[in-house]
Design a binder for this molecule. Structure first.
Ligand SMILES: *[C@@H]1O[C@H](CO)[C@@H](O)[C@H](O)[C@H]1NC(C)=O
Ligand SMILES: *[C@@H]1O[C@H](CO)[C@@H](O)[C@H](O)[C@H]1NC(C)=O
Ligand SMILES: *[C@@H]1O[C@H](CO)[C@@H](O)[C@H](O)[C@H]1NC(C)=O
Ligand SMILES: *[C@@H]1O[C@H](CO)[C@@H](O)[C@H](O)[C@H]1NC(C)=O
Ligand SMILES: *[C@@H]1O[C@H](CO)[C@@H](O)[C@H](O)[C@H]1NC(C)=O
Length: 370
């Protein structure tokens, strides 16, 4: 009985306390909510955050009200804030690659890399590990065959004086063996970095049946200009065909010696292959004969101001958002470029193609100057 009586008394006592707590919380929460909302003007930068806090305290208290349970302050602090952003950055982002995939089927690019036994492991290996794998076909040409790497050995001596011979032979080899397997044929050095998706994007607006080639244009030596060897240059199918059929004509094409890019420029000019315009719709550059820092901040060598066809411009605003190539990229930087371009993402920003007036980007081919 005592026990029973005692229990009744206890229940009544606890009930009284519970009701008291509930009423106290109910009123205090109503007041704190009103207080916050009234006190903070809506345009106040913290208004939203504080109102959320007030709403949360209201949620907590009404939760308590419904269940008549008493929570310690520790419990209240540990309750999950429903507005808290959960950082689940343990995952990898997933890019929608479908547009790039489609282009890789419709605009097939063969890339060939000029390398040498000395730079094979130091440089070419890193092209193979990074951007090279995005080409439809990737070939390495050297003065020695290496069946493991693999490289294709050409019948040339090593050294700066024989780069022309390497290029002449490489394009002939490609014409003989790969003419039907790609739509465009790009030459690059083993310290060139190429954003292959942007190369395809640019080329998808060009006609590979026309005798044309593209790259970073120099306006000297050849009437129609020629392309820097280091920035890489890309031949249309028709340009490759002419090269394959008539590139061995010593009257039109020097077979070795001289400066490789200028000699190839003269040769293609003599074969009726034009230099096309590769600037974007805003006049910004896509192919670059220096590294990104030089094109961003300047500090070009004096000769560049005489050579560059497009005003030797510098800065973010003068470089295309869809830039294609950079030169003088040491091994480690190939991997950092991979990191910046294909891995690092600013959260919540989704990139979309957008042009002036929302019109599709217009890329024109400049006819040969003479
Ligand atoms: C051939 O390539 C393999 C694989 O990259 C490399 O380990 C080897 O040193 C190369 N051989 C020569 C003679 O350069
Ligand atoms: C390699 O080049 C040399 C001189 O340029 C030439 O005499 C020789 O016939 C060439 N060999 C092959 C296999 O083409
Ligand atoms: C591409 O060029 C070829 C050769 O000049 C021409 O016959 C063809 O109509 C062109 N195609 C387009 C889509 O302009
Ligand atoms: C040049 O190449 C073409 C096509 O392969 C061939 O028919 C021709 O005989 C070659 N000319 C010389 C001089 O080697
Ligand atoms: C782009 O190039 C033009 C011409 O050289 C120059 O006036 C302008 O300052 C450059 N833009 C930037 C952002 O450097």
């Amino acid at each position: 009985m005592r026990c029973y009586k005692g229990s009744i008394a206890h229940i009544q006592f606890l009930l009284g306390i519970a009701i008291g707590i509930v009423i106290t919380f109910f009123f205090s929460s109503m007041m704190s909510l009103q207080g916050s909302v009234v006190r903070l003007p809506p345009e106040h930068p913290h208004a939203l955050g504080e109102r959320r806090l007030a709403e949360n305290s209201f949620d907590v208290h009404s939760h308590l009200h419904e269940h008549g349970q008493e929570h310690s302050h520790e419990d209240l602090d540990n309750l999950e804030d429903p507005h808290k952003v959960e950082f689940e950055d343990t995952h990898f982002h997933h890019d929608d690659e479908s547009a790039a995939k489609r282009l890789s089927e419709s605009t097939r690019v063969l890339c060939w890399i000029m390398t040498s036994p000395k730079t094979l492991e130091k440089k070419a290996r890193h092209v193979k590990n990074t951007w090279g794998k995005r080409c439809n076909i990737l070939l390495f040409f050297s003065s020695e065959t290496n069946t493991t790497f693999p490289t294709i050995g050409l019948n040339v001596s090593e050294g700066r004086n024989h780069l022309t011979g390497k290029t002449i032979q490489a394009f002939k080899y490609i014409y003989d063996k790969y003419y039907n397997q790609a739509d465009w044929f790009m030459k690059a050095d083993d310290d060139t970095y190429v954003i292959v998706e942007n190369l395809r994007y640019f080329l998808s607006g060009q006609n590979t049946s026309q005798p044309v080639y593209f790259g970073h244009r120099f306006k000297v030596i050849v009437k129609q200009g020629y392309y820097s060897g280091g920035a890489g240059y890309v031949l249309s199918k028709e340009a490759l065909r002419r090269f394959g059929l008539y590139g061995n004509d010593t009257k039109r094409c020097r077979q070795d010696g001289g400066a490789e890019d200028a000699e190839i420029g003269k040769c293609l000019y003599n074969l009726g292959v034009s230099t096309g315009n590769s600037l974007d719709a805003l006049g910004r550059t896509r192919f670059h004969c220096f590294n990104p820092e030089t094109h961003l901040f300047g500090g070009f060598p004096p000769w560049y101001y005489k050579y560059d066809n497009d005003g030797a411009k510098k800065g973010t605003e003068n470089i295309s958002d869809y830039a294609i190539s950079f030169h003088y990229i040491p091994a480690e930087k190939m991997y950092s470029l991979e990191f910046y371009i294909y891995h690092l993402r600013p959260y919540g920003i989704i990139s979309q193609l957008q042009n002036l007036n929302n019109k599709p980007e217009v890329i024109s081919v400049t006819p040969a100057a003479g």
